[in-house]
Design a protein around this ligand. Structure first.
Ligand SMILES: *Cc1c(COP(=O)(O)O)cnc(C)c1O
Length: 293
């Protein structure tokens, strides 16, 4: 498949009432088996780790983290050791995410919640180095400047003169990358899947400032907006309205969604459309970030 076959136009009465051109960019179909946005976030981190001669990747995540799984797969594909530092206590049997990560060769290590909160401290890093030796560290959720650089390629890849590009947000690394790839007239919209997603505004602004400092390209760092009202109770929480929406969406468009990320984003976009948020005639791209397995 080439990139343009990932771009899929969908239509309904709501879109035509508001004069909207609506596309889904199907990253869920791209770059498998890692797939989705995680491929782009890891790409330059992996190149960096390899060119600096590291043979081990270490990263952090919750027990259901797609990033943990993607790192395990990437390590397996490239012949790098992987260590996943998991928040909380070990629960046996392992859930499917962690079981699969382990099958890929990832070594799992658990940090109690209090230590996990200190995971960026020098003390925890030193402890991990003592235990595991030298490693290339990828932060929680995979978000750093290399991830922003990788995700900026998503905007470049989409061969369409869109006005808005939408993505679900966990850490906001993907959204920062999308913004870094935009033209002056384009806008990126992020839908927080966590309760209390207001931190995203400042963390994305910081990522973009730091990225601009190392990039020769002009970045339109204010061309984004975060919506924090579509979390449905918080990370990995769902409610009947969300489940009903996902079912109806899937049967109407034959595009699979999950309820942690993409379901919440599409719900949010459809709600904004109904409220008249998008100017008549706008072209919108919704990024299907994957997350299905
Ligand atoms: C990780 C993930 C996201 C969130 O990406 P961030 O860069 O952390 O905001 C969105 N969608 C899916 C499917 C993911 O796995």
């Amino acid at each position: 498949m080439n990139n343009q076959s990932y771009l899929q136009k969908i239509d309904n009465q709501l879109f035509s009432n508001f004069g909207l051109n609506f596309y889904v960019y199907r990253l869920d179909l791209a770059h498998l088996p890692i797939g989705g946005n995680k491929y782009f976030k890891l790409k330059y981190n992996l190149i960096q780790a390899q060119s600096a001669g590291f043979d081990t990747l270490l990263t952090f995540g919750g027990a259901y983290s797609n990033h943990i799984l993607a790192t395990a797969l990437a390590g397996q594909a490239l012949g790098l050791q992987t260590i996943g530092i998991i928040r909380g206590e070990e629960t046996l049997p392992l859930n499917s995410t962690l079981a699969f990560a382990q099958t890929c060769g990832m070594k799992l290590h658990y940090l109690d919640r209090q230590s996990y909160r200190q995971k960026d401290s020098e003390q925890i890093k030193t402890e991990l180095k003592t235990r595991f030796g030298d490693f290339y560290l990828i932060p929680e959720g995979g978000t750093n400047l290399w991830a922003v650089h990788g995700a900026s390629e998503i905007s470049h890849e989409i061969d369409l003169d869109f006005d808005f590009i939408c993505t679900p947000c966990g850490t906001g690394g993907t959204l920062a990358g999308l913004v870094a790839g935009l033209q002056a007239s384009q806008m990126a919209l992020g839908f927080s899947v966590l309760k209390g997603g207001d931190f995203l505004n400042s963390s994305i602004a910081t990522l973009l400032t730091d990225y601009q400092a190392i990039s020769s390209k002009k970045i339109f760092a204010t061309n984004f907006k975060i919506f924090t009202e579509y979390h449905f109770g918080g990370y990995a929480k769902k409610q009947p309205a969300l489940e009903n929406f996902i079912q109806e969406f899937q049967s109407t468009y034959q595009i699979p969604l999950e309820w942690i990320y993409t379901g919440k984003m599409f719900y949010g976009i459809f709600d904004l459309i109904a409220q008249g948020f998008f100017p008549f005639g706008s072209t919108i791209v919704a990024l299907h970030t994957g997350g299905l397995r």
